[in-house]
Design a binder for this molecule. Structure first.
Ligand code: GLY
Length: 389
């Protein structure tokens, strides 16, 4: 088994090294299509901007190749620009800066990168509504007033991944408010985004003036009351990571319950369909990004229990994580495929938007976050425990 996992790691590293000169300074956004394994890039900015950078840092971490470090650092001007562009600021700052500036600081001790990471954490903290106790997920410009209004009181399950930036900033500075905001958002997510049966909403709306809770929505899932599999993955990984960073066992218990729900619904091949409550008559697109993300999260859960001497649980989550990882490897791994610029096929960015906009690649293509978490899960599977979250 260990050899298989080592082999996956080597193939991933080969792919990253091979594709680094092709990708250059660009930041992959999404693959071109089901059988078109080339990247499409955003015109200027997208929330996905640091996943490739995260892969470069992981590859640097395991190889020590200086050119990978240099390639990753070449994104710094873009990171500065993100912080200086108010309409680009949203809850995704955690993804964007944990996998770039924080990675740089953690791996190399670069103090400028630390400063950049702390500035990003401040920007994320500033999105917190202290009265409602939530981080406002999105920012909208003036071109669509109704949309702008609707996002004022919106939180999102994906934001669980962004709380480690705040917890890291707290560890670095001892400034209490970073931690307060992270915990406040985790608690509000637990209360409103997680349903009684431990499935999840994608987003939840509050009245931005009174902060009265209004409704849950699932924009990228099948329906508001369904369970978008990537959202469930964001929650499994996110709560496990917050448990690791705070030591609060309630978050680990929650991650376990979310996992139980996922295990009850996942197909026998252990690769998620894009929504765990998708009716049979709908096209059963896979979302390998949900698979890699969930696998990485279960390794964190395993590590959490291992550190507390709970060997049975540690082993249980390790086994499931590995089953999910190997399932991806066996059926969707592109690392050996000539010309493929990414690691995994068959990710679903957003099936509803694919249908609305008639863009097939939104339902089935490579995704940079699917790839990043595939790399993370693979490294966790062979015992790495130091990451950028
Ligand atoms: N964070 C957006 C997504 O998961 O598609």
């Amino acid at each position: 088994m260990m050899n298989d996992l080592e082999k996956i790691k080597l193939n991933i590293v080969d792919s990253v090294v091979r594709n680094a000169p092709i990708i250059g300074l660009r930041n992959p956004m999404i693959g071109a299509g089901a059988d078109k394994h080339q990247w499409i890039y955003p015109e200027e900015y997208f929330w996905t901007d640091s996943f490739w950078t995260g892969e470069l840092w992981l590859a640097y971490m395991v190889t020590g190749k200086q050119e990978l470090k240099n390639m990753a650092r070449m994104r710094n001007a873009h990171l500065q620009k993100i912080l200086n562009t108010p309409l680009w600021l949203n809850h995704d700052l955690g993804f964007e800066f944990s996998l770039s500036a924080v990675a740089d600081y953690k791996l190399t001790g670069n103090l400028k990168a630390r400063e950049l990471g702390l500035r990003a954490a401040e920007a994320l903290r500033s999105r917190y509504n202290w009265n409602g106790e939530y981080i406002v997920a999105w920012t909208a410009g003036a071109e669509d007033k109704a949309h702008a209004e609707s996002v004022q009181g919106k939180i999102i399950i994906d934001c669980m991944q962004n709380l480690p930036l705040l917890l890291w900033a707290y560890e670095e500075t001892n400034i209490e408010s970073f931690k307060q905001v992270a915990i406040g958002q985790a608690e509000t997510s637990l209360k409103y985004l997680v349903r009684d049966d431990f499935s999840t909403y994608h987003t939840f709306d509050f009245d931005p003036v009174t902060n009265k809770p209004l409704r849950g929505c699932t924009h990228q899932g099948y329906s508001d009351e369904s369970c978008w599999s990537r959202g469930q993955g964001w929650a499994i990984h996110g709560f496990a990571q917050v448990a690791m960073m705070t030591g609060d066992p309630r978050y680990a218990e929650l991650s376990e319950k979310l996992t139980e729900y996922m295990l009850d619904k996942i197909t026998d091949d252990m690769v998620p369909i894009w929504d765990y409550l998708l009716p049979e008559h709908e096209t059963q697109f896979k979302d390998t990004s949900a698979g890699s993300l969930t696998s990485a999260g279960l390794y964190i859960l395993s590590e959490y229990f291992s550190k507390r001497g709970q060997k049975d649980k540690a082993e249980y989550y390790q086994i499931i994580a590995t089953q999910m990882l190997l399932a991806l490897h066996q059926n969707y791994d592109l690392t050996q495929q000539e010309g493929a610029q990414g690691l995994l096929s068959n990710s679903a960015s957003s099936v509803p938007h694919s249908i609305q906009r008639n863009l097939p690649n939104l339902a089935n293509a490579m995704l940079p976050y699917g790839d990043y978490y595939y790399f993370e899960a693979t490294l966790r599977s062979i015992g790495h425990t130091k990451f950028f979250w």
